[in-house]
Design a protein around this ligand. Structure first.
Ligand code: G1P
Ligand code: ZN
Length: 544
């Protein structure tokens, strides 16, 4: 088979963000753009000769075309084998599971996660290493520097691979194995959870659930696990077929984008349990009947109820949360006398802690929860964890959360996003906050006294690498916090995220609407950072 070497020149915008390289489809379709990045990945890796890769994506627009290009480039770079999910489908957690199970060299995941798909929307590519997790910063930086000096890439001239036929095919000297994207993952779930108890609950007639796959990648996984293996009635999984444009939906499981599910769960005859996952299957949203569980509470609750789940019944090694995630999990960790690590935003920071066995569960406020079973956050896993708890406790979602708040107190929490603001305005806002952190310390603002203001810096507990400038924190003496950071996953302008939190232990106030109980802090968050002055916005676009 002929290997062609194509001359190219660098693009200057290929630095991977919070989760790989994300751009508009149009940008990826610029001649050589995808190829440059893929070659930069291969060049940054040590020796690809004879190695095995896992490859798949969330099925979004451009997935199949990109897969064919990557396969031909992998063959030209000397890989021995690539395992591809049938139809080009692999959810992000399933890709992580396959990499680990077959001990491959690494994997490439094609996804822009929860961002919309289609010719005018987003695409993305991310490299995961042999542990199944997103490549560490050292590697993503090496890929980026390679992309700045690339002069050529290699590709074989060959017919397209048949992505829909299970089994082995040859691409020159490289083998392409098309695998069932669901079965390895489904087996892993069956090992972790009490499927018998969950099946009993789902077939008891006294319980119903709705799972919204948002026309994205988890549809086939949810059909197989919830309906086929656990016996939930057909119709439990809605929007269960992956579509290239997600049916025009924004596949982000939150109160704004999963509107239909939220309406179903708020109805008088709502199911007992509702859940959704995002474009590539790593996020989750949990709902009870007329009840919303914040991701931060969900993480804390999973940790507190881990004894109900066979895989975690032996106790947790430790837990971790990203810095802007609420401190609810810290209280559970303290009660269990285990360590709670605080990492920067992004799943990659959990990797070392998981690999070193320092933590079992971890999560982020952004609808991401996971454990040491893979090295990605895992949407369906979180849903099954909840289902396992519901099967064991036989109480409603609302009751379980209320019990939790009674015992540990509640961290009343909200996140305000200002989307698509000017990049210059947003960086100026962050810069002025950064220079003012010292002056903010120990000031009294309204009813709040600032205890500490800083720009979060993280030292990895395993390799001691330091990641600085991870978000401005303002910590108040009563345990409340305001956190500011800029999104690293957006593709248009900048997105400012403001995270606001306050602990509440007064039993009469536990049920209050966060937007009400946090009203003074919300006002402070806007005035301290002069959000209107720097962004021109008087209100956030999305509140979660
Ligand atoms: C967002 C979330 C972050 C998550 C990432 C990938 O990143 O905030 O927690 O890890 O998506 O799903 P951000 O856009 O804030 O950089
Ligand atoms: Zn995702």
């Amino acid at each position: 088979m002929k290997v062609t070497t194509i001359p190219t020149s660098p693009f200057d915008d290929q630095r991977p963000g919070t989760s790989g390289l994300r751009k508009k489809v149009k940008v990826f379709r610029t001649p050589h753009y995808l190829e440059n990045f893929v070659q930069s990945i291969f060049d940054a890796l040590e020796d690809c000769e004879g190695k095995t890769l896992v490859l798949g994506g969330d099925g979004r627009y451009y997935n199949r075309e990109a897969l064919q290009i990557i396969l031909k480039m992998a063959a030209a770079s000397g890989f021995g084998k690539v395992m591809v999910g049938r139809g080009g489908i692999l959810s992000t957690p399933a890709a992580s599971c396959v990499i680990r199970k077959y001990q491959t060299f690494g994997g490439i995941i094609l996804s822009a996660s929860h961002n919309p798909g289609g010719p005018d929307h987003d695409f993305g590519i991310k490299y995961n290493t042999a542990n199944g997790g997103p490549a560490a910063e050292k590697i993503t930086e090496a890929i980026y520097s390679r992309s700045r000096e690339i002069t050529q890439y290699r590709i074989v001239e060959a017919a397209d691979v048949d992505l829909d036929r299970i089994g082995a095919q040859q691409l020159g000297a490289m083998q392409v194995e098309i695998i069932d994207p669901v079965s390895d993952y489904a087996e892993l779930m069956q090992q972790l959870f009490d499927f018998d108890a969950m099946r009993e609950l789902l077939t008891s007639g006294a319980f119903s659930m709705r799972y919204d796959a948002m026309n994205a990648v988890t549809g086939p996984y949810a059909h197989e696990i919830l309906e086929n293996r656990l016996g939930a009635p057909a119709g439990t999984v809605i929007r269960g077929t992956p579509l290239a444009d997600f049916g025009g939906a924004h596949p982000d499981p939150n109160l704004v984008h999963a509107k239909e599910l939220v309406a179903t769960m708020n109805a008088a005859d709502a199911p007992d349990f509702g859940a959704a996952s995002d474009g590539d299957g790593d996020r989750n949203m949990i709902l009870g009947r007329q009840f919303y569980v914040t991701p931060s509470d969900s993480l804390a609750l999973l940790a507190a109820n881990a004894s109900h789940v066979p895989a975690y019944a032996g106790g947790l090694a430790g837990v971790a949360r990203s810095m802007p995630t609420s401190q609810a999990i810290d209280r559970v960790a303290a009660a269990q006398q285990i360590e709670c690590y605080e990492t920067p935003t992004g799943w990659k920071f959990f990797g070392n802690l998981l690999d070193a066995g320092k933590i079992t569960l971890c999560g982020e406020e952004s609808f991401g929860t996971g454990s040491d079973h893979v090295r990605e956050k895992d949407g369906l896993w979180a849903v099954l964890f909840w289902l396992n708890i519901l099967a064991a406790r036989r109480q409603s979602v609302a009751q379980i959360v209320h019990d939790h708040w009674q015992r540990y107190g509640r961290d009343v929490y909200t996140r305000h996003d200002y989307e698509g603001v000017s990049a210059d305005g947003a960086s100026a806002l962050m810069e002025q906050l950064r220079t003012r952190t010292a002056e903010l310390g120990e000031q009294t603002l309204g009813n709040y006294r600032v205890e500490l203001a800083d720009d979060f810096s993280y030292t990895d507990a395993v390799d001691h690498s330091v990641s600085s400038k991870q978000g401005i924190r303002i910590l108040f003496s009563n345990g409340a916090r305001i956190v500011y950071r800029l999104s690293g996953t957006g593709t248009e302008g900048a997105t400012l995220r403001v995270y606001i939190e306050q602990p509440e232990t007064d039993p009469d106030r536990l049920d209050q609407d966060p937007q009400q109980s946090l009203v003074e802090l919300i006002q402070l968050s806007a005035s301290i950072a002069e959000i209107e002055k720097f962004t021109g916005r008087t209100a956030p676009d999305v509140i979660t």
